[in-house]
Write a protein that binds this ligand. Structure first.
Ligand code: FAD
Length: 463
């Protein structure tokens, strides 16, 4: 998305643009997989699937590309009907937390008021089922005495409390005590939970329509199968070496906008970089992710009362997302039966693709027993983003296992920094340079900032 947006905006300003894309597919981390049965087509998403309402650049682009009529609500975790939790060996709905639920990492809650106990039980549950391992490891140890005391004080001031079955109430409570939680935990909560609490949208028919429409409209030549191997910066511009069909090609350009994900870029020979840019490239933390899609003969979860949204498991699956608002052509449906982020992705990544389908189906049948019925699962596909050669991970993250500090007052000090990194004729862009890391919005924002950085340049060739 960053490369295509940059190409479109540069073309609009009269530059010559050539896009080099290593893979044979357009879209990068927007990747829709389609299943077909008797002429009926269904899709699932390997990459991006939700568009939060606050991501205004995405919606401006969707409008510009004529895709607005395809927008449909995407029911978030908390808006969907009937999502289940498979946690600490019990299966229950979001609203009905069992009294005897034994969460292994339960923070010590003795001496707390009943309201604070309810709050902490709900918070511990959310973190257990929703946070990736790295964030759980940071979150639980710090729910210590200071934190609990701050929660209790806040709840006493806030007056009679709800039962916190609504995650929004938990978020409101956490906002009040945010100075007591560390940065990684805070970033996780604001990104994942707040995004899940605002209206979300999806593109009917598949998210890949966005990059495909952009590629058709951007007006630049896109060379597929061209893997960038080296970039050399010179006073006159840059030269780029790419391998295509086993042949090495060399390009000269006045400017290069490079949107290669950093884990891949770290393996590209880039010469002439200054020290701050080298540090930025090597310093950013990335998290992996796996997804497993099951193509099912029937949307059997609907019989269990689940109509959209998600379920969560503290076991292998982690997150399960249900298809909805998809103009279903028949009884079939694609279940995103497992979506794991960060260290939680490792157990699925370690399995061979055919083993993944078996293991995930068995686990998903704990939530929806009908999935185990012969003939119910027609096909399955999976992806391990850390093994994907053109990403080598899923997304950059603001949370980093090394972050142990509490939220600094100056957390927003960098808010106005450009979302692209310039080093002479080279501008690095992509979600990793942005403030909306791991979102399409971030990729767009970064590309727009990259183009703005070059705006003073006269029309001239650019790669
Ligand atoms: C599992 C998952 C779920 C996500 N869910 C959401 C979501 O719900 N909503 C949302 O908004 N965002 C989501 N995202 C994030 C979103 O997909 C990304 O932030 C965004 O698509 C990144 O765009 P980009 O242009 O920065 O990078 P990419 O899309 O990765 O583009 C980089 C391009 O560079 C190419 N490339 C790599 N190496 C080379 C090379 N050496 N030479 C030439 N080309 C190369 C790649 O093939 C790729 O096409 C998700 C991402 C993942 C992985």
């Amino acid at each position: 998305m960053a490369g295509l947006v940059a190409a479109m905006e540069l073309r609009a300003r009269g530059h010559d643009v050539l896009v080099l894309e290593a893979s044979q597919r357009i879209g990068g981390r927007i990747w829709t997989h389609r299943f077909e049965r008797e002429g009926r087509v269904y899709h699932g998403e390997f990459g991006a699937m939700r568009l939060p309402a606050s991501h205004t650049r995405v919606f401006a682009l969707v409008e510009q590309l004529g895709l607005t009529p395809k927008l449909r609500p995407f029911l978030s975790v908390f808006q969907g009907q009937g999502g289940l939790l498979d946690c600490a060996g019990q299966r229950f709905g979001f609203g009905a937390l069992p009294e005897d639920l034994n969460l292994p990492e339960w923070p010590a809650a003795e001496g707390l008021s009943p309201a604070a106990q309810r709050f902490m039980r709900r918070l511990a549950l959310l973190v257990t089922v929703m946070a990736p391992r790295e964030v759980r490891d940071l979150a639980f140890p710090q729910m210590g005495r200071d934190f609990l005391a701050a929660v209790q004080r806040h709840l006493a001031e806030a007056g009679p409390a709800a039962d916190f079955a609504d995650p929004g109430a938990i978020l409101a409570g956490l906002q009040a005590v945010r100075g007591r939680i560390n940065q990684a935990f805070h970033l996780f909560l604001s990104d994942i939970l707040l995004k899940a609490a605002e209206p979300l949208f999806q593109l009917a028919g598949g998210a890949d329509q966005l990059p495909l429409a952009l590629a058709a409209r951007c007006g630049a030549e896109i060379r597929l199968g061209a893997e960038v191997k080296a970039i050399e910066l010179t006073p006159a511009g840059a030269s780029v070496v790419a391998a295509r069909h086993g042949v090495t090609e060399s390009y000269q350009a006045a400017h290069v906008i490079c949107t290669i994900p950093l884990p891949v870029l770290r393996r590209v020979a880039v010469s002439g970089l200054d020290a701050p840019t080298r540090r930025r490239i090597s310093g950013l933390h990335y998290a992996g992710a796996t997804k497993v899609l099951l193509f099912c003969a029937e949307r059997c979860w609907e019989a269990d009362g689940v109509l959209g949204g998600a379920s969560f498991s503290d076991r292998l699956l982690r997150q399960v997302y249900y298809p909805h608002n998809q103009d279903f052509a028949g009884p079939e449906g694609v279940l995103l039966a497992s979506y794991c982020i960060g260290a939680d992705a490792a157990p699925i990544a370690a399995l061979a693709p055919e083993e993944r389908a078996v293991a995930v189906r068995r686990e998903a049948a704990r939530l929806h027993p009908a999935l185990a019925r012969p003939g119910m699962v027609l096909d399955s596909v999976s992806i391990d983003w850390s093994a994907h050669p053109w990403t080598l991970s899923a997304c950059s993250t603001d949370w980093d296992p090394g972050m142990r500090d509490t939220v600094p007052d100056a957390a927003t000090a960098q808010a106005e920094e450009p979302q692209a990194w310039r080093c002479g004729p080279l501008v690095l862009a992509g979600e990793h340079c942005s403030r909306a890391k791991a979102w399409v919005e971030g990729a767009i924002a970064s590309a727009q900032d990259a183009v703005a950085m070059l705006a003073c340049a006269e029309p001239s060739p650019a790669v």
